[in-house]
Design a protein around this ligand. Sequence first.
Ligand code: PLP
Length: 406
Amino acid sequence: MTIPATDATTIQLIDVENAHVARNYAPLPVVVARAEGAWVTDVEGKRYLDLLSAYSAVNFGHRHPALVAAATEQLGRVTLTSRAFHNDQLGPFADALAALCGKDLVLPMNTGAEAVETGIKVARAWAYRVKGVAADTAEIVVAGGNFHGRTTTIVGFSDDPQAREGFGPFAPGFVTVPFGDAAAIDAAITPATAAVLIEPIQGEAGVIVPPDGYLRAVREICDRHGVLMIADEIQSGLGRVGTTFACDREGVVPDVYLLGKALGGGIVPLSAVVADEAVLGVLRPGEHGSTFGGNPLACAVGRQVVDMLASGEFQTRAAALGEHLATRLDSLIGHGVTAVRTAGLWAGVDIDPAVGTGREVAERLLGRGVLVKDTHGQTVRIAPPLVVRATELDWAVEQLRVVLAG
Ligand SMILES: Cc1ncc(COP(=O)(O)O)c(C=O)c1O
């Protein structure tokens, strides 16, 4: 049951939304009107510490001044040209992002799901045109518990009933193996395999960190079989885990990076597929595209994002604050928490069912000025903006301690 909102403006705005917006989400009863840094303010003027960061799309904090400046400057020039013409922002953005990833080429899209769909198309085209797989037989190995977005192809290879039931029939060509089990990937690969597609750390599943050495093993298996390693870093990438990419934690470079969320600085949707010429070069004009993909506004913001990541400052901050947060969250184990998983400034906190569900804990935290989101029933996911202060994290964990104590 959702706790009722009490303020008249809040109630009215939630009612209007419920009356006219499809109910594909069940938001917590807070109506955000403004935000800055790690804090949001609702229509009643109440402030909340944001520990979700729009699922890591707001890694740099709300309205980071350098990102707002880049967007504002570009708004005064040109915002959309389509790819029918060149624009003066796409090239410099792609150049900077390719350098950050150590790759040759960037294919810009908008949402994460589009980047994943694009990665699937590129892998299949590579399999047919480079590897020599027979037409329309290519397979992609994916991991159980995955979350790669909401399109019909993508939910077709999800094993979450809520994501897929009622939406079939689904596209063939995907083989699922358990996450974290490299030997299972090895066994699943056939001569028709184009790629292995994994999240280096599974976010939606509850911040599931695979065993040490898993990513290195996947890299070795892909190399041995001549199969592309595709890393979906849409949620795990761009500073969140204390390194630029979650793959960096094991010193692994995938063949294809899928990026999104924080790439748009929390201002515009911006995603990208990043790979070398030998892979992304398989696409020919007219085979793939997007009206908004590569638009100058998004590229101007994206270039600023890449600039901010290039200094390493946000990664270092995420690593240090992540350790700080992990120590404090670990102290809750046995006090309403059954397990904590962390990677940089990202945590999955499993709530003891005796205390309540993840949703109930999120609702009680809302009442104490902290925004979090539950996932898969008993887990609360914590992903603060990387600009958050250690003292703010301490305060938030204290609120969680109080909530758990009932
Ligand atoms: C790992 C991963 N891939 C893809 C997506 C889909 O991104 P979008 O919601 O922008 O389509 C998400 C979104 O949560 C994600 O976490």
